[in-house]
Every structure is written in C-alpha cells, then in structure tokens.
Design a protein around this ligand. Structure first.
Ligand SMILES: [Zn+2]
Length: 417
C-alpha cells in the first residue's frame, strides 16, 4: 500500500510539474494607463502628423457595423396650435400620424437607394447606420408628444412682413430636454397667407440648432409617409448636410445638377433626375458615402449639438464581442467603440484621432503586434473607467507601443486587471 501511495504521489507531482511548465508559457502583461506609463514603456517616433484626417468626412463612412453600430437619434414632437385648437392635429390623431411617419422615415433611411446621378455611377449605397427613437424625458406620463396652444407662436410664416421661419422663438419657449433630444415642431402655415391664394401649404422645414420646424403636414392631411423624406431631409441638415445640387456641399460623390422634381421630358430635366435626399425631388431616397461620412463625423465631434442628441450607447461595453485587428489598420477618424479591442500578432493599428473605450473596456496588444498612438486621445466619453492598454509578452516576443506627438490617455482606472 505504502509503495502504491508513493507511486500515486509521484504521478501527481509529475502532473503538477507538467502543468506548471505549461504555466511558465503564460503571457506577461504590462499595463499602460497614463501618459507616464506610455513614456516609460512606449517608443517615441517622430513623424509628420497630418491632423486633417480627423475632419475628413471620408474617414467616417459607416462601412463596418462593429465600428458603427446603429446610432439612435433621440427625438420628441411638439404640435403648435391656436387656443381654439383649429389648425393642427389633435392629441390622438397627431400621435398616430407621427408614430407612423417616424417609423416610415426610419425604414426609408435603411432602404438607401443607389444614386441616379451621375448616369452610370457605381457609388455604394451603405446602410446609413442611424435611426430615430422617440424619447420622453419628464416621467411616467410623458410619451415625447406635446401639444401647445399659443396664438402668438402657432404658425409658420416663410414670406412677408411676419416671416418667422428662421426664428428660434417657439423652440426656445417650448423645448424639452433640449440638451439631449432633438425637438421637432409641427407648425401649420398661417391661414392668412393661405387665404391670399399666393401661398401654398407646401411641405417645408428648417433646422435651427437643436430644434427643427416642419410645416405642411396638418393642412394637407396626406398619408404620413409622404412627409417621411421631409423629416429625413431636415434631420440631414441638422447633421451638417447641405443641399447637394450645388458644387459646394462638401461631397464629390453628389454631382451638381438642375435640381428637378421629376423628369419632365425637357432638356433641363431628362430622365433620370437626382434621387438624393438633400435635393428637392420626388424620391429623396439616396444618401452617398460622403454624406454619411459627414453625418457620422458630426456625431463623433465631442461637445457638438448633434452628438448630444445621440444616445451614447458606446459608453457601455458589449461583453459578447471583441473587435479584432487582423491586418495593418489606420483609424484616421474618431471612433466610439463599445467593445474590447485586440491587436493580433503580426498586425498593427494606428490611431490618429480620438478613441472612446467603453466602461471596463481594454486594448490588448498581443506579442508581435504594434499599437501606434499618433497624437490621439484615448478616453471614455461618459467619464467612466476603462482598464487601459495591456501589452502582452511571451518568451519570444512582446507587443509594442509606438507614440507620436502629444497623446492623451484619460479615464483609465488604477486597479490591476
Ligand atoms: Zn433643405
């Protein structure tokens, strides 16, 4: 028995030794959580920096769904009417109408048609990766629809002495949750203007800061989908998009054209005419990569009015996924990432602008991988802690951090992970 016990003991020892030798292959982890850590561990590299990349919309085209999960734009709706409630939707039909319209506007965004112009173009039609979400902000009975009865602020006038289309007065008086919600006002055209017969109750709108005014809905009472692209167009303006029939909209993939509503057989408006969202046409169903880049760039701009109305889903970590860098990659625009980031052996990632890491998130640099921090800023956009950079090392090789210019590392906590 004794010798058997001794044998067992020896076997156990051998097994333990075996596993222990396995453990010796364990990766060594070096943590970088501050500029000081970076200077101590990283390798400084002097190169010419080109910071223009951070403002180039082409660096924000939402092609990769893991870098650009759908962004949710928080909206609410205000119906303006006179004190006798004569000119706008009522509480019940207004809600029904706008809920349908909002859903239809979201559906149309996702459809994103291929561009009609220029003829023969191969411009990609990406998923826009943004949607609107009704957002109440005042407790239980708030459903993000508000009716206001105010004889002084209930009409939209875009011509003449009492023109008020560019005035923010009604927005400033009735806005709710304006720091984080896009307030959309549905305002009827003035009945006196319509009575002259020179003024039609046409669909129109205007984006003013964090508010939007749209008119023509209540007078026409047409199917709500007919106004869905008006909403998308005006929200396009809110996100920095300009009318695209001119040369000056900041996008090379939207050619200038005569801005025809539809083809009419004339030399000016032959078939096809534009179907771009930011022109005046009967479709308004196409958004180009550059236009989407402009939208997502404006969402990525810290402290901008536009970013504030986007639900900051990027601050919370998605534990189900890791973003893996499997080839040499440059992030030339700002990124708001909602998962851990892994740079795999043999590959590199250069970060040139800003990267927000989610709460509790980390960047892992595998042995033989390189992270180049090129004058960038790493942080958590909501002020939560993230776990910093882990540089891994094994017997043969180590991960590497290179840095250029001034690099900021913020919100990385001090706990060992
Ligand atoms: Zn417009």
């Amino acid at each position: 028995m004794r010798s058997n016990e001794y044998l067992n003991y020896c076997c156990l020892l051998l097994v333990l030794l075996f596993f222990n030798s396995g453990c010796n292959k364990k990766l060594h982890k070096i943590l970088v959580k501050s500029q000081e850590d970076l200077v101590a561990i990283g390798e400084f590299q002097e190169v010419n920096q080109n910071k223009q990349s951070c403002t180039d919309p082409l660096n924000y085209i939402p092609i990769d769904p893991d870098l650009y999960p759908v962004r949710y734009i928080r909206v609410n709706f205000h119906f303006m009417d006179n004190e006798n409630a004569e000119y706008n939707f009522g509480p019940e039909d207004g809600r029904k109408y706008m809920r349908y319209l909002l859903q239809n506007a979201n559906d149309r965004l996702i459809e994103n048609f291929a561009m009609n112009l220029p003829v023969g173009n191969e411009t990609p039609n990406h998923n826009p990766r943004y949607q609107y979400v009704l957002t109440p902000s005042q407790g239980e009975n708030d459903d993000a629809f508000y009716h206001h009865y105010d004889n002084d602020h209930c009409f939209f006038v875009n011509k003449g002495r009492n023109k008020n289309n560019y005035s923010r007065e009604v927005i400033d008086k009735y806005k709710i949750g304006e720091d984080s919600i896009l307030n959309i006002f549905i305002i009827p055209h003035h009945p006196d203007s319509l009575a002259t017969g020179r003024h039609r109750a046409h669909r129109t709108g205007i984006a003013l800061g964090n508010g939007l005014k749209i008119a023509g809905l209540a007078e026409k009472r047409e199917e709500p989908w007919k106004f869905a692209t008006l909403l998308n167009h005006e929200i396009g303006h809110f996100f920095s998009l300009k009318h695209s029939w001119t040369k000056h909209d900041g996008c090379d993939d939207t050619p200038p054209h005569p801005n025809c509503w539809h083809p009419d057989g004339t030399e000016k408006c032959p078939d096809p005419v534009s179907n771009n969202l930011m022109d005046y046409n009967s479709s308004q169903m196409a958004i180009t990569p550059c236009q989407l880049g402009r939208v997502h760039k404006s969402i990525a701009m810290l402290n901008s009015t536009t970013r504030k109305v986007v639900r900051p889903d990027w601050c919370i970590k998605d534990h189900t996924k890791i973003y893996k860098i499997n080839r040499d990659t440059i992030w030339a625009g700002a990124i708001d990432l909602n998962k851990d980031l892994l740079i795999t052996t043999g590959n590199s990632l250069t970060i040139k602008c800003r990267l927000s890491m989610p709460s509790g998130g980390k960047i892992i640099v595998e042995p033989g991988a390189t992270l180049h921090l090129d004058g960038c800023k790493l942080h958590n956009d909501c002020g939560y802690d993230w776990e910093g950079i882990q540089v891994l090392k094994n017997k043969n090789q180590s991960g590497k951090i290179v840095y250029t210019g001034t690099v900021k590392i913020e919100n990385a906590d001090d706990r060992q992970s």
